[in-house]
Design a protein around this ligand. Structure first.
Ligand SMILES: Nc1nc2c(ncn2[C@@H]2O[C@H](COP(=O)(O)OP(=O)(O)OP(=O)(O)O)[C@@H](O)[C@H]2O)c(=O)[nH]1
Length: 533
């Protein structure tokens, strides 16, 4: 993978990591909101259940209180006797007693209807549950509800008080039923039943908790119930559900417009978008009184506006998203900076290594080509340079001379002043050569105190001039030592290269001959090679 692709891939990976973190944080916030809402929903459900229990107690204590009144018990017992005597409830005596009973209870009935939404006070005769008096409909009597009202049937059967939610033709609500005994004895006359509706109680609960409450009956329960008409107990929705009571009007609208999520009988929570707001809707089952555990006949709906909290969550998500993006960009810049710095550092080290390598290379070159004592070229390299010069002669049409140089009686310096002084003399001599010769001239140490110089561009005559200048300089120089000053002279043999010189030995041979002659003729002189000596 190229470094460009690598940078791209790591950049994408980094983006993915930051995006995942931002999504995760957003999800966690949403989960937290949902779990907060679930906890609140559970509290609101408990509030309803407590209210339902309180209503059951309330309705039972009302029925208990009414059934313990001696006058009520007496009238009900007389009424039962009249019905028996007259054969049914329609006789004159039964009617008189019914009217007296109604009159006795009328003040309480009116007050409780207003105060606690009491919807029903109903006297059922023992043993078959024949209706004797309905406070809400005194004209209707003589029928029996025991067949389809388990609460009344159970109290009729065993004489024990009971309460619970029941669906009736007049209303669906909390009913309580207690046995009524004849005054002064333990003979069961019948059952007194009272019922309260949900409406007022839901409104109070709603005001207390700040959320909406509603009670709905399932389509099946509505079909099963023997209502006088569809609107007797509440408002029927298009899907067949019946709204028994609600603390806020919007539940009716949702029902009418089929906006309520489908309900299958369990505990369900859903979010409903309505009129620019978001509501959390919780539904839990409502069961009617039954000795057996029957499927729920309805549901309680609890809802509240969570628009602000959802908006706050969205704002939080957006903030996290932007922060994530910012963090990603910062990390990206940092990473790129580090990569650049790393690359720069890498390049710097590479350059350093290269320079070091070149230094070593040139040192090696120098070692391989230079004489370590004098710094001039060594014998091998001088020969290479000489060969090159010979090869160039033809092509360049350039003149070139060569001289051989030998310090005179050098052995005597070594012997007389020591080897170290001999070395200094050699070094000094090399320095003179550099000073007198041109940059382009090639100086080589051929042997111990024997040197050779190649003088490109110079014919024999000018080479002789150079030779003499060098010889004079050396001869005039003195070196101070512990044992006094020391001087040395120089003998030189000079020759010019010609086109026939293919072999370095040939040229060197000629220069050597001239040098030999210089030595022989007294040293400290320059002799040009002469073809005819
Ligand atoms: N100090 C020193 N002496 C060297 C070096 N190389 C060679 N020599 C000495 O140079 C001397 C050369 O002596 P010879 O060959 O007899 O020549 P010479 O004494 O110069 O006599 P001529 O050449 O005939 O004038 C020897 O004593 C070598 O030991 C060196 O690198 N340093």
């Amino acid at each position: 993978m190229s470094s460009r692709n690598l940078v791209l891939a790591s950049s994408l990976l980094l983006f993915g990591v930051f995006a995942a973190i931002a999504l995760l944080v957003g999800d966690l916030a949403e989960r937290r909101l949902r779990s907060d809402l679930d906890r609140e929903a559970a509290r609101l459900r408990t509030a309803f259940e407590v209210m339902q229990i309180e209503l059951e107690h309330c309705v039972l204590s009302i029925t208990d209180l009414l059934a313990s009144d001696t006058e009520v018990r007496g009238l009900f017992a007389d009424g039962a006797a009249a019905v028996r005597a007259e054969g049914g409830g329609g006789g004159r005596e039964a009617a008189r007693i019914r009217s007296a009973l109604e009159g006795r209870l009328a003040p309480q009935w009116e007050r409780m209807r207003e105060e606690i939404d009491l919807r029903q006070i109903h006297f059922h005769l023992s043993p078959d549950g024949t209706s004797f008096l309905r406070m809400n409909a005194p004209g209707r009597f003589g029928d029996s509800l025991s067949g389809f009202r388990p609460l009344v049937a159970d109290v009729q059967a065993d004489g024990r008080r009971r309460a619970g939610f029941e669906i009736g033709p007049t209303f669906a609500g909390i009913r309580g039923a207690v046995p009524v005994m004849a005054p002064g004895g333990d003979t069961l006359v019948g059952t007194l039943e009272a019922g309260v509706g949900f409406a007022g109680h839901l409104a109070r609960l709603s005001a207390h908790t700040g959320v909406g409450y509603g009670v709905l009956l399932t389509r099946e329960a509505v079909k099963d119930a023997r209502f006088g008409g569809p609107s007797a107990s509440g408002r029927l929705g298009p899907e067949g559900e019946l709204l028994v009571a609600t603390s806020r009007e919007e539940l009716g609208l949702w029902l009418d417009r089929s906006r309520l999520p489908p309900y299958d009988g369990g505990d369900r929570t859903a979010w409903l978008h309505w009129d620019g707001r978001i509501y959390q809707l919780m539904r839990f089952p409502l069961r009617r009184y039954s000795p057996d555990r029957e499927p729920p006949v309805g549901s309680v709906v609890v809802w509240h506006d969570i628009g602000d909290r959802v908006a706050a969550l969205s704002a939080f998500r957006a903030r996290v998203g932007w922060l994530g993006l910012l963090a990603y960009l910062c990390a990206q810049l940092l990473a790129l900076g580090l990569v650049r710095f790393g690359r720069g550092e890498w390049q710097r080290q590479l350059d350093e290594r290269t320079r070091e390598l070149r230094r070593k290379e040139s040192l090696l070159m120098e070692l391989a080509t230079t004489d370590s004592l004098t710094g001039v070229f060594n014998r091998r390299h001088f020969f290479e340079q000489l060969r090159l010069q010979l090869a160039r002669l033809d092509r360049l049409d350039e003149r070139c001379s060569l001289m051989m140089l030998d310090l005179d009686h050098f052995k005597r310096i070594n012997d007389g002043y020591g080897h170290a002084v001999g070395d200094r003399v050699l070094q000094r001599f090399a320095g003179h050569c550099r000073r007198v010769l041109r940059q382009t001239d090639v100086i080589g140490r051929i042997g111990g105190e024997e040197f050779a110089v190649l003088l490109p561009g110079q014919d024999l005559e000018s080479a002789m001039t150079v030779a003499e200048r060098l010889r004079t300089l050396v001869a005039e120089d003195r070196i101070e030592t512990d044992r006094g000053s020391v001087g040395v002279t120089l003998s030189l043999g000079v020759t010019e290269l010609d086109e026939d010189d293919e072999d370095p030995d040939r040229v060197l041979g000629r220069a050597d001959e001239a040098l030999y002659e210089a030595k022989e003729s007294g040293r400290d002189r320059s002799i040009a090679w002469n073809a005819d000596p």
